[in-house]
Write a new protein. Structure first.
Length: 255
């Protein structure tokens, strides 16, 4: 005959055994508190808890994406902007994330909000628009320094959108248009300088060879005749031109 007290004890022990069994997934860790005192972490896999004595808090160690809502900030050169960002972080020390901070997600997002406004206030609008990656890395280091004692590792911070006032957008568009016009004028001036230098070199070469000058004249006449116009061209030898210049110079000296 089975002893009922012993049977009841066995049943209670079996129930307690099943109550003490716990399983943590590969990405989870269980922070164990024994009568309110931290004793360590357990998992992943199978582990035991002392019923009614030990308490567990499961911590997910996967990367968490925290959206930082759009913030109104003022740049170093006093331009109001609206900026939002995204923070990727993970818990690397589960025990610290339980005993040193309350509501990890809220704590990280609030630190990110404050840091975002501070970073924008330290840089000009040009820096914010052109060096977003540099500012994002600076923001990541700042947040990571604050959250490290909490057992949190900030892996990536990305600034998403930078919204500037409409008046500032128009001013930037005008500035960009002025810069494009400036570059176009500089390129045109450089082209004219290069063409003038080429013409000067060609003139020097032609001056060294009178026959080349006559050939160039004949080529010019051919080009004019191809246009089917009524222009009459009278060719004069280059010697006549030189002689006329000499006579003109002598007359001026006689006067």
């Amino acid at each position: 005959m089975v002893n009922l007290p012993v049977l009841w004890v066995l049943i209670v022990l079996v129930i307690l055994l099943f109550m003490s069994l716990r399983i943590a997934k590969e990405y989870e860790r269980a922070v164990i508190l024994r009568l309110g005192r931290l004793i360590g972490t357990r998992g992943p896999g199978l582990y035991f808890l002392i019923p009614f004595v030990e308490q567990q808090i499961l911590i997910d160690q996967r990367v968490v994406t925290a959206a930082v809502e759009q913030q109104d900030a003022i740049t170093k050169d006093n331009v109001p902007v609206k900026v939002d960002a995204v923070v990727w972080y993970r818990i690397v020390h589960p025990a610290n994330s339980v005993v040193k901070v309350e509501r990890v997600y809220l704590a990280v997002t609030q630190i990110a909000l404050t840091t975002l406004r501070n970073i924008i206030g330290k840089h000009t609008l040009d820096d914010v628009l052109k060096e977003k990656d540099k500012l994002s890395e600076e923001m990541r280091k700042t947040i990571d320094d604050v959250t490290e004692p909490w057992g949190i590792e900030v892996q990536i911070v990305e600034m998403k959108d930078v919204v500037i006032p409409g008046s500032m957008q128009r001013a930037m568009a005008q500035e960009a248009e002025a810069l494009r016009e400036k570059r176009a004028r500089i390129i045109k001036a450089e082209a004219e300088m290069e063409a003038a230098a080429r013409l000067r070199d060609a003139a020097l070469i032609i001056m060294e060879s009178p026959a080349g000058l006559e050939l160039r004249r004949m080529q010019m006449i051919t080009e004019v005749g191809a246009e089917q116009n009524t222009m009459t061209v009278v060719m004069m030898p280059s010697e006549f031109v030189s002689l006329a210049r000499a006579l003109s110079g002598a007359a001026d000296k006689g006067v």
